[in-house]
Design a protein around this ligand. Sequence first.
Ligand SMILES: Nc1ncnc2c1ncn2[C@@H]1O[C@H](COP(=O)(O)OP(=O)(O)OP(=O)(O)O)[C@@H](O)[C@H]1O
Ligand SMILES: [Mg+2]
Length: 345
Amino acid sequence: MNRLTNVPTRPGAASSRHGAAPTVPAQVAPNAAVVAPNASTTAPAAAAVPPTAATTAPTTSAPAAPGVHMRLDAQAARKGAAPAFAPSARQQPVLDVRHIEKVYGARGNLTRALVDVSFTVMKGDFVGIMGASGSGKSTLLNCVSTIDAVTSGNVLVMGEDVTKLKSSKLTRFRREQLGFIFQDSNLLDTLTARENIALPLTISHVPAKEVLSRVEEVAGRLGIHETLDKYPYQLSGGQQQRVAAARALVTDPAIIMADEPTGALDSKNARLLLESFEAMNKSYQATVLMVTHDSFAASYTHRVLFIRDGRIFTELRRGDSTRQEFFERIMEVVAMMGGEGSDAL
Ligand SMILES: Nc1ncnc2c1ncn2[C@@H]1O[C@H](COP(=O)(O)OP(=O)(O)OP(=O)(O)O)[C@@H](O)[C@H]1O
Ligand SMILES: [Mg+2]
């Protein structure tokens, strides 16, 4: 029942951080587990907490938060996938990052880009990653997505240690489990928005009727219907990013990774994109990891990991706070970490 798709990747990111991002075909499996959505977000709101307390504690055995309903994933249901209500499936984190380290360079010129980073992410969580320039945010995303190899430590996605995968399995893992949204939308210029979104499914021989209905559905959820028959050059940067979000979502990946997705957008388009992320997260239980400099963008998430000098400095959980309250708490941490107290680190 695998659905097939393609995912834009950044090959060679380890060696060239500024390389263009071509698209490659990929194969995507339906999300295997249906678990408590946003389990972490219903935890009591906490002030900034030390990483040892909040970010490194294993959450695999944590019970689902009260009031969280087990929901049959709409897409799994549509596909006829078996509902995964087994307790083990419910409890398994989508992502389990264990003590990862990343060292760049050779002896005498080493950069410790990541230092003992551990955290877990449950299905349906929306996690922000913040930190100053050079603190290791992109390295973290690249290591989690296997675009870059960790120096040590483990990254488990749906229970599988992806640091152990060899080339063909690695490629398959990226194709099946990940969706990417970058600062530059990387849409193909010669295809309309509809074709760009459909491409992953089309390449993978998903029946045309299903492709059409899936694209329509995702476009409807993200409010981009009016863009579907336009080419990327006819779209604003914000519209392009929303199309890129739809393209990442249409394959139903285990995790959607976004690196500074609002970085090139004005505030109105940034807000629209963030609302699209919220919609992805709410409607599809999409699990999203989003790197951002922007406290406003981070306030849309459920949880923010703050990185400093390659380490998780602290973590904030939104809990029951409003977005405005969460924004203020994020700003406090930004200021505490030596940011200017403005909206960015
Ligand atoms: N391919 C690489 N080779 C050598 N050093 C690297 C490489 N990629 C990243 N680094 C270094 O690792 C550290 C973390 O970089 P990273 O790109 O993760 O930062 P970032 O938090 O994403 O910054 P920004 O906000 O500017 O994007 C930096 O010191 C950077 O110079
Ligand atoms: Mg970066």
